[in-house]
Design a protein around this ligand. Sequence first.
Ligand code: GLY
Length: 349
Amino acid sequence: MNIVLRNKQMEAQDIRKNFLSFFKARGHVIVPSSSLIPDDPSVLLTTAGMQQFKKYYTGSADAMRDFGSNNTVSIQKAFRTSDIDEVGDDTHLTFFEMLGNFSFGGYFKKEAICYAFDFITKEMELEISYVTVFSGSQQVPKDKESCAIWQELGVEDIREEGMEDVFWGPTGSSGPCGPTTEMYCKNTQGKDVEIWNIVFNEFFCSGSREALLSGKANLTPLEKKGIDTGMGFERLVMIIEKKKNIFEISLFAQFLELLPKEVDERHKRIIIDHLRGASFLLADGLRPSNKEAGYVLRRLMRRTLVYEYLYKIPAHVLDAILHDLTHEYGSFYAEVLSASGIIREAFAD
Ligand code: GLY
């Protein structure tokens, strides 16, 4: 079957389902996304799929007991505050969905790389442009094993990178960490886009990522090695739908076109990103305030309302977008649909 045609027909909903069922068929238990507001006090918001599973890597909880399997798969709601000021360009988002498969002492490098390769090349029918592997550091040797696995799969362009780029540091003040291998695909303009990050959690890091990078944190081998992967959903959709930037994908285009033509393109993107991010934060119970995560939410809402005022966008326009957005996402994230009234009221106030 023609690849382009098949992928064009694949809706965002189908891609989510396809990802979950691919891993379910390979012995993974589907675990719902955790809240954007994490129970780890050292982290402001959830930024990665592995956060809800941290305790299974460190051995303080037992995945077999909790899930009946050492392997899980999820689509995690994630929010990166570090990217707020970049939103409006071609690639950055505050809120995004993260596809991930995880193993806590179940499988390791060979299976993790083969699963990712099969999903991208066979299920999604995409071509891998190149992959990266860890080049080694004073504490951790070069990842020759991953290199050999990629070669066996026929991937020719394998690039070595260091600690800054292909080593997952802990989220928060300490946690599991290890070398990673990343897959890149070309977008429609021929630019390479990082699509999937496969982390080999082999160590417990006694400090933060910053401490790790400055050589100030201790690494101790984990009793059970683990797999943690993260693939940005919107980026994947961008490659599949052959769009040149993230805001052209169907998930966003349907909302962007509801905004008046006079609104500057960059501002339109900011409005839609912030409406979406704020909706998910409100649905997880956060309310605007002047501190911590509540302050982030307040910033998103205020910025959106400032553009609404400056461009004299009629109130019913944002309300219609929120209605459509909560229904679009509500079919997968039930909490967003349940909170539709609260979300629309918060912006009407
Ligand atoms: N934890 C892997 C990632 O988020 O990329």
